[in-house]
Design a protein around this ligand. Structure first.
Ligand SMILES: *[C@@H]1O[C@H](CO)[C@@H](O)[C@H](O)[C@H]1NC(C)=O
Ligand SMILES: *[C@@H]1O[C@H](CO)[C@@H](O)[C@H](O)[C@H]1NC(C)=O
Ligand SMILES: *[C@@H]1O[C@H](CO)[C@@H](O)[C@H](O)[C@H]1NC(C)=O
Ligand SMILES: *[C@@H]1O[C@H](CO)[C@@H](O)[C@H](O)[C@H]1NC(C)=O
Ligand SMILES: *[C@@H]1O[C@H](CO)[C@@H](O)[C@H](O)[C@H]1NC(C)=O
Ligand SMILES: *[C@@H]1O[C@H](CO)[C@@H](O)[C@H](O)[C@H]1NC(C)=O
Ligand SMILES: *[C@@H]1O[C@H](CO)[C@@H](O)[C@H](O)[C@H]1NC(C)=O
Ligand SMILES: *[C@@H]1O[C@H](CO)[C@@H](O)[C@H](O)[C@H]1NC(C)=O
Ligand SMILES: *[C@@H]1O[C@H](CO)[C@@H](O)[C@H](O)[C@H]1NC(C)=O
Ligand SMILES: *[C@@H]1O[C@H](CO)[C@@H](O)[C@H](O)[C@H]1NC(C)=O
Length: 799
């Protein structure tokens, strides 16, 4: 790493030597003219330039941009603008440093459109630093004004975001004027993303339905400072921090609030000559507010992006601008005509509830909405934790989001006479995820490889948990990358796969000393321990031999490499040569949960942390991470513990690679899990959803706290005096139901090796949650996110 830094440093020095002829400073009494393209300030290292930047037809803004490769990139990446909301004429406009100390930007030689309002009696100069900071300083070195104090949409390394500064997105990809999204510290000291539209505004990050504390934010530090360093570490005074995917490398970086409302960290890839995304705030782009305007619904199509549509009976207001939303096609004056409701599934409209009525029947909810003059629709959802349904009448329909995993229903109020049908919508959403489809499509997929039609992709999202789609997405990215003028190229919306690389077979053979040290064996292949050339200890999994193309494998595996979460095993690379298919990941010294359970090395605190961490990892797989990646084989053998007993989920996404192999052997079995942990859906050939992982998770937790083996079950003596095996989950459930007092059912259930050393309240919650997770009926199980929230609430109770 240090060595790389040195090389970069030398490169920079060489580069700066070349450009010393350019001007770094503007002296007092001089100006830069919009008419002369050579009137540009350049930082000593040649990375940044400041000057007039064309933003439209004869329209210019005074800006700072990345200029490290001036000759090859036409569209520079702008990092700061003085007058983005008031561009100036290309003729006779100039930026002048007056002798009074003020910097003014004049339009067409007449109006001042921007100024710094600085006054000084000593001599001044305007200097562009290597960091990208444009500074007005006295010759004595005192700073009077700096562009870092007035950011636009980008924060550069070392630039502080403070209580008085904020990032504001641009309006669109081509329109640099101020847009609707802001990054700022709110009054509660929390760093937030805000949608600040023409009429409405709302916070959307951290997730608004979570208290800041539950989102990991600290609300009691009023200093309100955040900063990014050159190595890719961002930290904020509310304790929000992240490290980029390529953390540790000295690269050009920028944190930009993009016009689409997402906050992204980009790093400059010298080789590819483009920006790559090395972190982003929101993985599900439809969770950004204001995307499709009022009455619009946002859908996320992996590989294509988000797509807006209107509610049935509504039409787009401005055909070039989705933020304006949709309006009713007919005059729907509520109150006069008779109404009924149109049910739409998997649609969530966040916020703007009139009030929330708990434990309402559907009829009560309909009645309530009809009684309210401005009730446009209502959301009706079943709460698994409470066992009843809640009613949310909506006065405005904002932030519409189509979420396949969302189980509540949305009821749109429509006039009775209106002959609306939900046929169109049903077709789009109600994709059949039946098991037969799954099997069939898998074969089709094998033959046709990359089929790009959207519907096809949606099938896969449903059936297979999205891996394929993302695979296609990557292939698509690669296609895009090769076509020179693509927008993806310029925008650099390509995932960073830094750190994740391809190994040669001989490299891995050497690392494992000829595949000698076997450390595990599973359905997918054999795992060996190895030491890579850079001395990292790795777990190297040799998958069974396959016939499918290396490209496809590569595409799929690259996805696995992109998944990045503290509770997931870190993937380092893969190998695809001839028939060899190998995966390289970090090696975890402490072994798997299964090892730890059998050696009895876990105390209660560790158990709780393991339960929580595993839930977080799975929740990331299911919800945050490009949506709906299923694991399909959650079991103690696949959960590893690091030196702090933080769990790390392994083998995610591999179920897919494995089933392909089994198809080739023509003994394909649809069952992917491991007996004892498998949800009933597999057995009964019901649709497979993320709830299969929830089930397995429940069993793992029960196994951990009871100390009993789920694959063997529990031996009990039945009424006839005969010994009998009972499934673990049934055994716990019966204990809970049979024994009246809380204390004694826990005592009878929990592993005696814990010797009663646990928090009774937390333990009870944990087991109750685990039992809910292991419900036979998938709809009765909570989502992984709900599990995380419940456990986090418990954890915070303690403090
Ligand atoms: C630098 O500034 C001087 C005047 O201050 C000007 O004559 C010269 O052209 C500038 N050089 C460049 C490369 O812009
Ligand atoms: C950019 O957007 C602003 C605000 O919506 C608008 O007033 C302006 O006309 C737009 N500029 C261009 C060049 O489209
Ligand atoms: C990033 O910076 C914060 C604050 O300085 C520090 O606590 C954290 O450990 C750093 N992260 C990494 C990966 O270095
Ligand atoms: C508040 O945050 C700042 C910046 O992260 C840090 O330097 C300071 O020590 C924090 N103060 C408290 C009281 O935690
Ligand atoms: C996007 O939505 C429109 C309806 O607004 C639909 O016609 C179109 O097919 C969708 N595109 C994709 C890629 O899903
Ligand atoms: C739609 O929006 C664009 C840009 O904001 C604007 O120029 C145009 O006039 C609008 N069209 C209509 C029909 O309102
Ligand atoms: C809709 O109908 C109501 C009464 O029926 C009328 O007052 C209103 O002006 C109409 N609105 C439009 C946009 O036609
Ligand atoms: C919600 O508002 C309706 C109408 O005002 C009222 O009847 C109902 O009791 C309210 N529900 C709650 C939970 O306050
Ligand atoms: C919900 O309401 C029904 C009937 O109004 C009642 O029997 C039931 O106990 C309520 N459930 C809860 C959890 O309050
Ligand atoms: C889903 O599958 C079932 C049974 O195979 C079939 O009856 C139904 O029409 C299908 N629905 C759709 C939307 O294709």
């Amino acid at each position: 790493m240090k060595f790389m830094g040195m090389i970069l440093f030398i490169l920079f020095s060489a580069l700066s030597a070349q450009v010393t002829s350019a001007n770094h400073t503007l002296s007092e009494g001089l100006s830069l003219s919009s008419e002369k393209p050579e009137d540009v300030l350049t930082s000593p290292n040649g990375v940044f330039s400041a000057g007039f930047y064309s933003v439209g037809d004869n329209a210019y803004c005074f800006a700072i941009w990345f200029a490290s490769r001036p000759s090859r990139i036409q569209d520079h990446t702008v990092v700061w603008m003085a007058n983005q909301d008031q561009p100036v004429n290309g003729r006779k406009s100039k930026l002048s440093l007056l002798r009074t100390g003020n910097i003014i930007l004049t339009d067409a030689g007449e109006f001042t459109v921007w100024e710094t309002n600085t006054i000084s009696f000593s001599s001044l100069e305007l200097h562009l630093y290597d960091t990208g900071n444009l500074v007005l300083r006295t010759l004595g070195g005192e700073n009077l004004w700096e562009s870092f104090d007035f950011p636009t949409d980008t924060l550069l390394p070392q630039q502080l975001l403070t209580r008085s500064t904020k990032l504001v997105s641009s309006r669109s990809q081509t329109n640099y004027s101020s847009g609707f999204y802001k990054l700022l510290f709110d009054n509660d000291n929390v760093l937030n993303l805000l949608y600040d539209g023409a009429e409405l505004s709302s916070l959307y990050w951290p997730p608004p339905w979570l208290m800041p504390v539950l989102a990991g934010r600290f609300v009691y530090n009023s200093s309100r400072i955040a900063v990014l360093d050159s190595f890719g570490n961002f930290s904020s005074s509310d304790k929000f921090t992240f490290s980029s995917a390529d953390y540790g490398k000295l690269l050009h970086r920028r944190l930009t609030l993009d016009y689409d409302g997402n906050l992204r960290l980009y790093s400059w890839d010298e080789e590819g000559e483009m920006w790559v995304v090395s972190w982003q705030a929101l993985q599900a782009p439809c969770n950004i507010h204001g995307v499709c305007g009022a009455n619009g619904i946002c859908s996320y199509v992996p590989g294509i992006g988000r797509n807006c549509s209107c509610l049935p009976g509504y039409k787009m207001i401005n055909h070039t601008d989705w933020s304006k939303g949709c309006e009713p096609e007919l005059n729907l004056s509520f109150g006069k005509s008779k109404f009924h409701f149109l049910q739409l599934s998997h649609i969530d409209f966040y916020g703007y509830d009139y009030n929330i009525s708990y434990n309402y029947t559907l009829d009560q909810c309909k009645q309530l909405c009809l009684e309210l003059a401005d009730c446009k629709a209502f959301q009706y959802s079943f709460s698994t934790t409470k066992g009843n349904s809640d009613c949310y009448p909506k006065i405005l329909l904002m932030n519409g989001n189509r979420v396949p995993s969302f189980e509540g229903s949305f009821y749109l109020r429509v006039p009775e006479k209106n002959l609306l049908s939900n046929a169109n919508l049903a077709e789009e959403i109600g994709l059949n995820c039946s098991s037969e489809g799954l099997l069939l499509l898998e074969r089709v997929y094998l033959k046709s490889r990359v089929n790009k039609t959207v519907k096809f992709m949606l099938w896969f999202v449903c059936g297979l948990g999205g891996l394929e789609i993302v695979g296609i997405f990557l292939v698509w990215c690669r296609l895009m990358r090769t076509s020179k003028n693509s927008t993806a190229d310029k925008q650099g919306y390509l995932p960073a796969i830094t750190g994740f690389r391809k190994f040669t077979y001989s490299e891995l053979k050497k690392a494992t000393k000829g595949f000698t040290e076997e450390i595990g064996r599973g359905a997918g292949g054999i795992v060996y321990k190895g030491v890579l050339a850079d001395n990292r200890v790795a777990a190297i999994k040799q998958l069974h031999e396959v016939n499918e193309g290396a490209d496809l494998f590569q595409a799929e595996v690259s996805i696995i490499g992109r998944l990045n979460h503290i509770n997931l095993i870190e993937m380092w690379g893969y190998c695809a040569e001839g028939k060899h298919r190998l995966l390289v990941s970090e090696y975890i010294e402490h072994g798997s949960l299964a090892d730890n359970l059998s050696s009895n090395s876990l105390d209660w605190k560790k158990m709780f942390e393991i339960a929580l961490g595993t839930a977080k990892g799975l929740s990331y797989l299911h919800e945050e991470c490009l949506e709906w990646v299923l694991h399909c084989d959650v079991k103690p053998e696949n959960l590893f513990l690091d030196s702090n007993y933080q769990p790390k989920v392994a083998d995610f996404g591999l179920s897919k690679l494995r089933s392909r192999v089994e198809t080739d052997n023509s003994s394909f079995s649809r069952m992917r899990g491991t007996r004892g942990y498998m949800a009933p859906e597999w057995v009964f050939k019901l649709p497979i959803t993320s709830k299969v992982d929830v089930y397995s998770y429940g069993i793992v937790v029960l196994e951990m706290v009871t100390g009993k083996d789920a694959t063997k079950g529990v031996q009990v003596i039945n009424s006839g005096g005969e010994p009998q095996h009972k499934r673990l989950v049934l055994w716990v459930r019966e204990k809970k139901n049979r024994v009246a007092s809380t204390k004694s059912w826990l005592e009878e259930t929990i592993d005696p090796r814990l010797k009663g050393k646990y928090d009774i309240g937390k333990m009870e919650t944990l087991i109750v949650v685990a039992l809910q997770c292991a419900e036979e009926e998938k709809d009765a199980r909570p989502s992984m996110r709900q599990v995380v929230e419940t456990l986090l609430a418990q954890e915070n109770d303690l403090q």
